[in-house]
Design a protein around this ligand. Structure first.
Ligand code: RAM
Length: 480
């Protein structure tokens, strides 16, 4: 723990802005077994209050209420009783409460992420009915401001609006990954949120706070965790991910590029460089080992994805980001230059299949969007060659991304290869498809060919407002 860094993070903790929001219809009368659905008209992150009374004879039994929160329309009424996935069922936003005495004004203690609230009188006496007099929520965000729209067409402006809303919902005391789940600071998510923030809300102190939270909770060897808890105290998770730790370096370099805050950059530079040094120890003959020896390298939630070549590419990409930062801080580093050269040459030798004209990964020589996009971002071939790689990718049976997170890097790879129009098509077609489904905020996972995709065992625990999907707000402002 670096207490100096954590103190800085604490001083940068933002205030939350509160707003009372209500559904269109509030007043409802329920008898036992009946339910009422409330539509708040948009996605909110906040605290729910219900004002209840009774009509009829004196209440002679408790009212047992179930209250369920849904982020999207498709979730409404979904039977979640059999959910048996590997992440906890406790993430489901479902409550069962007894109301012993009416009238009662109840504010639920938990924060929820939702547009819809379904209230059912599961059990109650037949001698009276339950009156829902009022229902409202205190919505919270640390980014309440309106942002000027971006995009050339109506469709793009609609996508941008959803992206900005997604980002603002995830901006709380930290940049959360998703206000439904996991409600915490993850490094891969932070990097993309920060990029979108620099060109929209410009709450750069919130980025700074999050960087210090990661830096302050690094272990004694300098390893940065994949995610940090901030309550009840600041604590690094015991999950370390090869790519996420490396992306700390890219996030610091971005922060400096957008803010010019040299004091912070200087303070965080040693840890940024340290991530490259630590990761360099995982290579053998300049080639990263295959997945089982690599540990968890994320890249995407596609469970069939081989990560080997992608890990090497992220390493080169982040080493280049640190090199740029080092140059700006006047700290040239010959070791870094050699790392980039050696790892890039080895990447081409080990992973570029010249017959196919594509990068392959793992012992089965898997072809994927993730690996090829990251290799293009790593810049181990020329820009023209990268454009050809990405074009060939479209005509082979390649493993596709399932998250907006990986689609972001694919879009960035297309832009880096000079294929701006194709990147724009990704925004319009991929994020656009979520907009077509009526999204108020963009999802954690979205595979247009398989809308039920979930790495967790069932989609009821998926998050439908997920920060890493907010990047059309960045891409549209930065490149178009
Ligand atoms: C999910 C989180 C987060 C992501 C990790 C790898 O569980 O919600 O967004 O960074 O996976």
């Amino acid at each position: 723990m670096n207490l100096k860094f954590l103190k800085r993070a604490e001083l940068l903790k933002p205030a939350l802005c509160e707003k009372i929001v209500k559904p269109d219809n509030t007043w409802r009368l329920l008898c036992g077994g009946e339910q009422a659905l409330f539509d708040f008209g948009d996605h909110y992150t906040g605290y729910l209050t219900i004002d209840l009374s009774s009509k009829g004879s004196h209440q002679d039994a408790p009212v047992l209420l179930s209250i369920k929160f849904y982020e999207i329309n498709d979730e409404i009424g979904e039977d979640t009783t059999n959910y048996n996935g590997w992440i906890s069922k406790s993430w489901l936003q479902e409550e069962l409460i007894h109301v012993d005495e009416l009238p009662a004004k109840i504010t639920l203690p938990r924060r929820y992420a939702f547009r819809y609230v379904l209230i059912k009188a599961e059990a109650m006496s037949s001698k009276h009915s339950l009156v829902i007099q009022d229902i409202y929520a205190k919505a919270v965000t640390s980014a309440p401001e309106k942002v000027a729209p971006a995009g050339e067409t109506e469709r793009e402006r609609a996508i941008d609006k959803i992206a900005v809303k997604t980002l603002s919902e995830c901006m709380q005391y930290e940049f959360e990954d998703g206000p439904k789940r996991d409600r915490r600071l993850w490094l891969g998510d932070l990097r993309l949120q920060a990029l979108a923030n620099y060109v929209t809300f410009k709450h750069n102190d919130l980025v700074k706070r999050c960087l210090y939270l990661f830096a302050g909770t690094a272990d004694d060897d300098g390893n940065i965790s994949a995610c940090v808890f901030t309550s009840p105290k600041n604590e690094a998770d015991d999950t370390f991910m090869f790519d996420y730790s490396l992306l700390f370096s890219a996030a610091v370099a971005d922060y400096f590029e957008y803010t010019g805050d040299i004091a912070t950059a200087k303070q965080l530079y040693p840890l940024a460089l340290k991530q490259i040094r630590l990761a360099s120890k995982r290579f053998k003959n300049n080639v990263i080992p295959d997945s089982d020896k690599l540990g968890w390298c994320f890249l995407d939630w596609n469970l069939y994805l081989n990560k080997q070549a992608g890990a090497q590419a992220v390493y080169i990409y982040c080493a280049k980001a640190v090199k740029k930062l080092a140059a700006a801080l006047n700290k040239p580093c010959a070791w870094l230059d050699k790392q980039i050269k050696d790892k890039s040459e080895a990447a081409v030798k080990a992973f570029y299949d010249s017959e196919k004209g594509l990068f392959v990964s793992g012992k089965d020589r898997q072809i994927s969007y993730a690996v090829n996009a990251w290799m293009c971002l790593a810049g181990v071939l020329t820009m023209e060659e990268n454009a050809k790689v990405l074009s060939r990718l479209e005509s082979v049976d390649a493993v596709k991304p399932v998250t907006p997170y990986m689609y972001h890097y694919y879009a960035e790879a297309l832009i880096a290869a000079g294929e701006k129009d194709k990147a724009r098509d990704i925004i319009n077609n991929y994020w656009g498809a979520m907009a077509d489904r009526g999204a108020d905020t963009f999802y954690e996972l979205f595979d247009p060919e398989n809308p039920d995709v979930s790495p967790y065992g069932a989609k009821c625990v998926n998050s439908y407002c997920h920060a890493w999907s907010c990047t059309p707000a960045y891409l549209l402002r930065k490149y178009f």
